[in-house]
Design a protein around this ligand. Structure first.
Ligand code: ADE
Length: 225
């Protein structure tokens, strides 16, 4: 998958070079680049924002640098163009899986009080929010999308990582996990996990998964009961 992020703060994305996503970038499963919108500003001081028409607090990101940046990165509209915004469709396991079906994704990060609406009307396919709260910019939200979506791209998760049993994969929260030692600070690993009986282990995990979901996220079960 090819991912391009358009941002005023490209260095914020350096942290994607770590862990699973970093490994996927290094191995070429993900082709990732953060593009600096400021480089496309035609203003002599490379200014990218201005005061809002109609008044009000803060600054608005101007259309021109963003428009030119999008058209330089994606001249033939081959990318799904997403604007990160609290007004967007809420990110979920399902939306991550859907977005992962695209070969090319472009994420536009706003800052300040937002982006001139005309560049969104002209260029953007979809708006995505990571929750009902306002961040100071779209960058952290874009990183959440990149991480959440990439895990569903073929080859990004190694054979030891899997999203088969993890939370939301079957509409429920994941069961608790344990590793060595068998006893820690007086707390023992549940006996059933030590006995090697795969059927019993599966049924123990399914039961725990259900109990946890009922207690912590009953809304996930509401369709069933
Ligand atoms: N930009 C600012 N807040 C955001 C949010 N909640 N989701 C996505 N992008 C944002």
């Amino acid at each position: 998958m090819k991912i391009r992020v358009l941002t005023l703060f490209p260095q914020m994305f350096d942290c994607l070079n770590e862990s699973i996503i970093g490994r996927a970038i290094k191995s070429g499963k993900l082709d990732f680049a953060a593009v600096d919108i400021r480089a496309y500003s035609k203003d002599k001081h490379q200014k990218c924002d201005d005061t809002p028409y109609g008044g009000g607090a803060g600054m608005v990101m101007a259309a021109q640098p963003i428009y030119d940046c999008i058209n330089a990165v994606d001249p033939n509209h081959e990318y799904l163009r997403i604007y990160m915004s609290p007004k967007g469709e809420r990110l979920s396991d399902g939306l991550c899986r859907t977005l992962a079906k695209n070969n090319n994704i472009l994420l536009l990060c706003g800052h300040y009080e937002g982006v001139d609406q005309r560049v969104l009307d002209l260029c953007i396919d979809r708006e995505v929010s990571i929750g009902d709260y306002v961040l100071s910019g779209g960058e952290l939200a874009a990183m959440v999308v990149i991480d959440g979506v990439s895990r569903f791209v073929d080859g990004v998760l190694g054979s030891f990582d899997s999203h088969e049993d993890e939370s939301f994969s079957n509409g429920m929260l994941e069961y608790p996990q344990y590793t060595r030692p068998p006893e820690f600070m007086g707390l023992k690993v549940p006996e059933v996990l030590l006995n090697g009986n795969h059927k019993e282990i599966a049924s123990f995990r399914a039961q725990k998964s259900r109990e946890l979901t009922k207690r912590l996220r009953p809304d996930l079960l509401s369709g069933e009961e």
